[in-house]
Design a protein. Structure first.
Length: 224
């Protein structure tokens, strides 16, 4: 069965269910879809606080052009299909059909990483909590602009969303996973890997602690 986000609507849900049934019948196997529909940037912003993706599903994210532009270049198109809100059901089904037919052809590829310095991680940790150290200082402005360039953000909102998703999604779903500048993976949610130095552990904690609901920046501690 399909799974949809709280930002979905009845028409999108019905369309996905019809596509899922048609693909399952045509391919002779059960196809599972999980769809998200974000009509506004506010809806995407809310979801990015705790992005949940179901295992074993083909993921579809539909939304307005501004929403898709924030996600483009961040999520891996091999794992997450981005669909314009005005795309026809037939066009979407054809794309999903190709993905389903080619699923067994996946070849492991080493992904290029986004490297963040410890200072950038510390700043962004404060930024997503809504309390940067000195948001108007030249130093912090420089750090913010550097992070925006690295992760492909175009403004404060896209910076917040893209950084949350870099932190909240498993690297499988990301086009470029985030790593610390000294070469170690930046912690996503799910604990600190072993065999790393105390300094690296401290750096990872800068990114790994959950925010509070009061800040409207809640991120759970599980990985999805």
């Amino acid at each position: 069965m399909t799974g949809t986000s709280v930002c979905s609507n009845a028409f999108f849900q019905l369309g996905l269910e019809a596509i899922q049934q048609a693909l399952s019948d045509h391919l002779g196997k059960q196809i599972r879809l999980q769809g998200f529909y974000f009509p506004t940037m506010q809806a995407l912003l809310a979801w990015s606080m705790n992005p949940r993706l179901a295992k074993g599903c083909m993921i579809v994210i539909a939304g307005s052009n501004p929403v898709l532009s924030v996600l483009s270049g961040l999520v891996d198109p091999k794992r997450i299909l981005l669909s314009d809100a005005g795309e026809s059901r037939q066009a979407l089904m054809e794309k999903l059909y190709i993905k389903a037919r080619c699923a067994h052809l996946k070849v492991p590829v080493k992904k290029e990483a986004i490297y963040l310095t410890r200072r950038e991680v510390i700043y962004m940790r404060a930024f997503i909590q809504g309390k940067p150290h000195q948001s108007h200082s030249k130093r912090d402005s420089g750090i913010r602009l550097a992070v925006m360039k690295k992760i492909g953000a175009t403004g404060p909102v896209s910076l917040l969303i893209r950084f949350r998703l870099l932190r909240g999604l498993k690297s499988d779903y990301l086009l470029k996973p985030a790593r610390l500048a000294h070469g170690q993976a930046v912690e996503q949610r799910g604990g600190i890997p072993q065999n790393i130095t105390p300094t690296a552990q401290r750096d990872r904690r800068c990114l790994g602690q959950p925010e509070t609901q009061q800040d409207i920046l809640l991120c759970g501690q599980k990985r999805y």
